[in-house]
Design a protein around this ligand. Structure first.
Ligand code: RM4
Ligand code: MN
Ligand code: MN
Length: 415
């Protein structure tokens, strides 16, 4: 909701007083908020589909260049993103140098590259029964080569990471051997890892089910970590928030991974039941806050360096304007991060050590219940972003303009 400058200033000064009482400096917080940038996935700029259908939103980017234009707009109005995460082959550039040049001009970098061995797109061998875990050597080899090509492309663009998500698994008991599938996956990933540039990381996702419903080769963080340990230091676990069974304690997973310096980064989204890819913070904002609490304390207490963690959104949506959805996601993530920054960690530790359960809980609640939106808004304004990015999109008829330029039926590559 748009608010007046007067109300913004008033609420900011109330917050300033509240924070000062807790010994928190507003300027330090603002610079932390401003530094925190989240990469946008190239596949979130069009209307997402479900397996039952896809409804075009109109004005979707028709090519990679237009995807960059959309991200540049998001970047300008929110100041919360400065990079795109590409998905190959959805995003094979027509002209790599020209794309790099354009991205540079727009101030957009290339975050982790995503390989795709979960679909068939005209390659010689099908991935119907798996890719890196396939029982047929030639199919595994093809999937390895695909990942190597993604790395090569990423190197040209200046990316520093390869994200691997495997759809591999089975639908029925007995369909394959658990142990062989895991062994072949590890062998294949070792081949990929051998070719990983020294300053890259391999981000390995896990997911308990879907598209396979009996078993997934890498179902959980433990299996992902086990594989990463076999690969080496540069391989770490990527936590996609939607890739857990309902009620999983994701903040604990984050803490454990950081404890072992095994956290590669995040795919932010929200979920009610499964891999719903709903807007971050739309369903479980308290969980998102608790995750950030673990991230901040894990980094502050020296478990894992904050700068080694990658931040990406992974969402798709079939009923919202993708630009509006991404604005909302970037805002929710920044709010959760800011709330976690204002937790009185010193007091929290004291209460933990004294066994004072109620007071410990109160510390977290107090931070979570604080309305930090004026702070996030102020950070954005100071960086030259829009006071209210959502309102900006509406007032300036951005979608209407895009529909006029790109057409009503344009369809972005992706899901
Ligand atoms: C998967 C997973 C991957 C993403 C694809 C599109 O469920 O989350 O990260 O590459 O979706
Ligand atoms: Mn993901
Ligand atoms: Mn997913």
């Amino acid at each position: 909701m748009p608010i007046s400058k007067n109300i913004h200033q008033k609420s900011l000064s109330v917050l300033h007083e509240q924070l000062a009482a807790k010994g928190k400096s507003m300027d330090t917080l603002i610079s932390q908020i401003s530094k925190f940038q989240i990469a946008v996935p190239s596949w979130a700029l069009g209307a997402g589909g479900t397996r039952f259908g896809r409804f075009s939103i109109g004005g979707e980017p028709r090519n990679l260049e237009e995807k960059l234009d959309d991200i540049a707009l998001l970047s300008r109005i929110t100041r919360k993103t400065d990079a795109v995460s590409l998905h190959i082959p959805w995003d094979i550039p027509r002209d790599v140098d020209a794309l790099k040049q354009k991205a540079g001009d727009l101030g957009i970098g290339f975050d982790a590259m995503n390989s795709n061995t979960f679909q068939d797109y005209g390659q010689p061998r099908t991935y119907k029964l798996g890719s890196l875990s396939n029982s047929i050597k030639e199919t595994r080899e093809q999937a390895i080569q695909h990942n190597l090509q993604v790395i090569q492309l990423g190197e040209k663009l200046g990316s520093k990471g390869l994200t691997v998500w495997l759809a591999d698994g089975t639908n029925f008991p007995g369909q394959s051997s658990f142990r062989n599938s895991l062994k072949w996956t590890i062998e294949s990933l070792k081949e990929v890892y051998k070719n990983l540039p020294a300053d890259w990381k391999l981000l390995l996702e896990y997911k308990p089910y879907e598209p396979n419903f009996y078993h997934t080769v890498i179902p959980d963080w433990g299996t992902s970590a086990l594989i990463c340990n076999e690969l080496g230091e540069q391989a770490k676990v990527l936590v996609d928030l939607g890739h857990h069974l309902p009620n999983t304690n994701i903040e604990q997973i984050v803490a454990t991974l950081m404890f072992k310096n095994e956290l590669a980064g995040f795919h932010f989204n929200d979920s009610k039941y499964g891999d719903d890819d709903l807007t971050s913070g739309s369903i479980k904002p308290y969980q998102l806050f608790l995750i950030f609490c673990e991230l901040i304390s894990g980094a502050e207490e020296g478990s894992q360096n904050w700068d080694t963690i990658s931040w990406m959104i992974d969402a798709s949506h079939n009923t919202k304007d993708p630009l509006e959805d991404l604005v909302q996601a970037l805002e929710s993530i920044s709010i959760a991060y800011t709330k976690a920054l204002i937790v009185d960690r010193k007091k929290l530790t004291e209460h933990q050590l004294n066994g004072d359960t109620s007071s410990a809980q109160e510390i977290l609640h107090d931070a979570f219940m604080t309305d930090v939106r004026p702070l996030v808004r102020e950070a954005r304004i100071r960086q030259g972003g829009e006071e209210n990015p959502l309102d900006f999109l509406r007032k300036n008829n951005i979608r209407k303009g895009l529909i006029k330029e790109r057409g009503k039926g344009s369809k972005a590559s992706g899901l």
